[in-house]
Design a protein around this ligand. Structure first.
Ligand code: SF4
Length: 83
């Protein structure tokens, strides 16, 4: 989808303000915060559950070995090549 001229100007102004430090870039949300902001998203709910289960470590979700867990095949951040 092409951006119209007004949108491009607005984006460029925002980027300029970011560079000059006039606005702060938005803080990235962790998976639990994302799920709370999007309570109807099953994907975000699964991501949040695995993130919580693994002690807030994405790498532990990636390396999860609990193959009998119902979420195992759906867990985020897994290495698809080895799944
Ligand atoms: S798949 Fe692994 S990390 Fe996700 S909920 Fe199950 S045991 Fe926890």
């Amino acid at each position: 989808m092409a951006m119209n001229l007004k949108s491009k100007q607005g984006l460029n102004e925002y980027r300029q303000k970011l560079r000059l430090g006039l606005v702060e870039s938005p803080k990235p949300l962790d998976p639990i915060e994302k799920s709370r902001k999007n309570p109807n998203s099953l994907r975000f709910a699964i991501n949040a559950r695995c993130f919580d289960c693994s002690g807030f470590e994405r790498s532990d979700v990636t390396n999860c070995e609990m193959t009998d867990c119902f979420l195992y095949r759906h867990r985020p951040w897994q290495n698809k090549a080895s799944a």
